[in-house]
Design a protein around this ligand. Sequence first.
Ligand code: SF4
Length: 85
Amino acid sequence: AYVIAEPCVGTKDTACVDACPVDCIHPKKDEPAFETSELLYIDPVECIDCGACVPVCPVSAIFALDDLPEKWAEYTAKNAAYYGQ
Ligand code: SF4
């Protein structure tokens, strides 16, 4: 799966939401949680590892698990936790 990390905090650009072919990045702008959410999250079960979200992120916040910087390792669990996983 892919993971959204710290650069998204306070950014929440949502270009990734529009790019994702399986709609597994939330919250979306029209969801109530969007206003209060710290960042956006990728559902690790639904993600098909296509990589389409990575180049469209203006702050380079999205990483394949193997490329996730160690300092942001906690974001793997944060993304999964948003989906109750
Ligand atoms: Fe969606 Fe593909 Fe990014 Fe996974 S890698 S979150 S499927 S755009």
